[in-house]
Design a protein around this ligand. Structure first.
Ligand code: GLP
Length: 248
């Protein structure tokens, strides 16, 4: 695993964006696995700036997002489709029909999960999968449990996740209780995984994910078995890793 320790959120965002940009330059028709949450917002802003300046083009890129709230459609301002449009896709030259997010409004969510796995497989998997990290060690919406779930699936969100995401909604009761999430199989099949973390409140999750036992109780811990993981964090988020997290 390669670890980049950056001073603060802005430096972490630039580093994250640079690694994504390097992939796009290396392989203009790459498949990017993208993530939502507050962590990647700065990286997306940087990518949009480089696109605007003509340094980077997403013209041939395909994207697949990790997850979506069950019951929220693209027009809901807390849906992940809406988030991706506003934070990245509206600002870069990616073709909208090549951006994929699970359909939170699918009449048959189980069928939608199977469709999503088939789609990712047909694309040949992701070249680079960007991940944030939940406080309980979740990746995408793969919540702690008794087993790693391989396929895209409908998940019951934990109270801790509902609590953490309530800040984005007018009221806690509005936070969906379920989501569709890509499974551990597709995440682990990514050629490269890029984990971005920021803030002291993530330090314990980072430590448990990368310096603790590999267990479905900490879903991100499975990444210890992936052959090509890049972890980018600010100093606060990486503080639990100690000497293991020296700058490159
Ligand atoms: C959400 C998303 C995850 C994200 C996590 C952390 O639950 N489903 O993909 O990584 O929260 O979010 P944040 O970056 O806002 O801390």
């Amino acid at each position: 695993m390669r670890i980049y320790r950056e001073a603060d959120y802005d430096a972490m965002s630039r580093r994250t964006a640079a690694i994504i940009a390097a992939e796009v330059v290396r392989k203009p028709d790459c498949v990017l696995g993208l993530a939502t949450g507050s962590t990647p917002v700065g990286a997306y802003r940087q990518l949009a700036a480089w696109n605007r300046e003509g340094l980077l083009s997403f013209r041939s890129v395909t994207s697949v997002n990790l997850d979506e709230y069950k019951g929220l459609g693209p027009d809901h301002d807390q849906s992940y489709r809406y988030f991706m449009d506003r934070n990245l896709f509206d600002h870069v030259d990616i073709r909208r029909d090549r951006t994929h997010v699970p359909d939170g409004l699918a009449a048959d969510p189980e069928a939608e999960c199977r469709r999503y796995d088939a789609l990712v497989a047909a694309l040949g998997g992701t070249d680079l999968q960007l991940l944030g990290l939940g406080h309980n060690g979740h990746i995408g919406f793969n919540e702690p449990g008794e087993a790693f779930v391989r396929e895209t699936h409908v998940v019951d969100l934990t109270e801790r996740t509902i609590e953490a995401n309530a800040r984005f909604f007018a009221h806690r009761d509005e936070v969906p209780r379920q989501a569709l999430t890509m499974g551990i199989g597709a995440i682990m099949a990514a050629k490269r995984v890029l984990v971005a973390v920021s803030g002291a409140d993530k330090a314990e999750a980072v430590r448990r994910a990368f310096a603790g036992p590999i267990t479905p109780a900490v879903p991100a811990s499975i990444l210890q078995l992936h052959p090509d993981v890049v972890l980018v964090g600010d100093a606060a988020a990486l503080s639990g890793l100690g000497e293991a997290a020296m700058p490159l």
